[in-house]
Write a protein that binds this ligand. Structure first.
Ligand SMILES: Cc1ncc(COP(=O)(O)O)c(C=O)c1O
Length: 421
């Protein structure tokens, strides 16, 4: 059996294969950038069209009572199910950066941990920027930024020792955006607890791709976006989880009317809502919320354990091709080799990464266009999004990555880059 036939056979027996039909697909294009922006679910397209035409176009202000006011909490309930916590512990809205600011500010003001902020060099830049700002505003002194000397894996001994020696508020991305490294969440939460620290998890690259049980892992606070593996749409609202016991100890620094216990009484004094709802601020973005529901519905229907199972199978399949055909051509693997320590994307590098990316994006008369994503200085990330990626596509990508280097075709492409890669 050829490699191609083997891939087709895997697609044939894939229990999630049917989910691909729920997305808008582009012919002759292989999309492996679902860890930046997930594909458009057909149901999201319809929901937005209906909302615009009927709820906004016809029902106008009446739609708040008829459909819109309950929308954020309906979505919170669905995300809570996915994250295996109660619906009173999740709120939807704002961006991940704003949610991080809110919770870090709230923690900084609280007496839940020593006054010190820390992270590591695998974390996403927005997290670092928000932390830097909070550390300055609260005069916390220098923030700790652990540098493991490489960007593929966290060194857990170094991380644990740092938490022990400099306890405080630590923010980590459960799956790192560059290498796809997956942290052992429970071990670290328990360690932090033992050493007077609190971990804030950024789940942006993990949600919808790996199994997450926030209760079982003793997670206290987590944030994340919904536009990657959750297919919620460009700039889709983020989610925030705060463990129930902590909620009343944390104050929302953006005291807007939607966080008031009775917003429509229009009182002049601010009295925060109970529970997680105190973390609301302004009017919910209805069009974005309507767009994001189809994505979470599909993830729940497929089941996160099944999604994760397929993601591991696909990543291992892809890596088999990488080892056999690509490493001998100068590609390097920049992701962990152990699937237990890896999310749902695989990162490669090559001295000519950017030119190779241009070749993939352009395609040829016989090769489909391929959309991976590029992260400076030379990383190419390939995301397996089990709801719509098929094995046949992954095999085509391996062949293409092989041929573009073997034939030196990549040399045709320029080395300069646009703003969004
Ligand atoms: C890990 C991580 N956190 C945060 C963000 C940014 O979130 P937002 O733009 O919703 O603030 C991203 C964006 O890609 C990300 O990958």
């Amino acid at each position: 059996m050829s490699e191609f036939q083997a891939a087709q056979a895997l697609d044939k027996k894939d229990p999630l294969a049917e989910f691909r039909t729920h997305f808008v697909l582009t012919p002759n294009e292989i999309y492996l950038d679902g860890n930046s922006l997930g594909k458009l679910p057909k149901a999201a397209q319809k929901a937005v069209q209906d909302t615009v035409a009927k709820q906004w176009g016809e029902r106008l202000i009446r739609s708040w009572n008829e459909a819109w006011l309950e929308l954020p909490s309906r979505l919170a309930e669905k995300y809570a199910k996915l994250l295996q916590v109660s619906k009173e512990e999740v709120i939807i809205g704002e961006s991940t950066s704003v949610r991080l600011y809110q919770v870090l500010h709230a923690l900084a003001k609280s007496d839940l941990s020593p006054k010190h902020l820390g992270t590591d060099n695998l974390n996403f830049p927005t997290d670092l920027y928000v932390m830097e700002g909070i550390a300055q505003d609260f005069s916390f002194g220098e923030m700790t930024q652990i540098d493991y000397g490489q960007e593929v894996e966290a060194d857990l001994e170094i991380l644990k020792t740092t938490i022990k020696e400099k306890p405080g508020i630590y923010c980590l991305s459960l799956v790192s955006y560059k290498s796809s490294y997956l942290y052992p969440m429970k071990v670290l939460n328990l360690w932090a607890e033992q050493h007077r620290s609190i971990l804030v998890w950024d789940l942006s690259h993990a949600v919808g791709a790996v199994t997450i049980d926030l209760k079982e892992t003793a997670t206290k606070i987590a944030v994340g976006c919904s536009y990657k593996y959750m297919n919620g749409g460009p700039g889709a609202p983020a989610f925030l989880f705060i463990q129930k016991a902590l909620q009343r100890k944390l104050a929302n620094p953006i005291q807007g009317w939607f966080g008031h216990k009775n917003p429509f009484a229009f009182e002049s004094d601010y009295h925060p809502n109970q529970g997680i709802d105190r973390f609301a601020s302004g009017t919910p973005p209805i069009l974005s919320l309507q767009a994001m529901e189809a994505g979470v519905d599909l993830a729940l229907k497929a089941g996160i354990k099944n999604i994760r199972k397929k993601s591991v199978l696909q990543s291992e399949f892809f890596l088999e091709g990488v080892r056999e055909k690509l490493l001998p051509l100068g590609y390097q693997l920049e992701s962990p080799t152990d699937p237990e320590c890896r999310g749902s994307h695989v990162t490669l590098s090559h001295p000519a990464s950017w030119q190779i990316c241009q070749g993939l994006l352009q395609g040829t008369s016989k090769d489909s266009k391929i959309i991976p994503d590029f992260r400076p200085p030379h990383f190419i990330r390939f995301a397996m999004t089990p709801l719509y990626t098929c094995f046949e596509e992954l095999q085509k990508v391996i062949f293409r990555l092989e041929s573009i280097v073997l034939t030196k075709e990549y040399q045709k492409f320029k080395t300069n880059k646009p703003r969004v890669t």
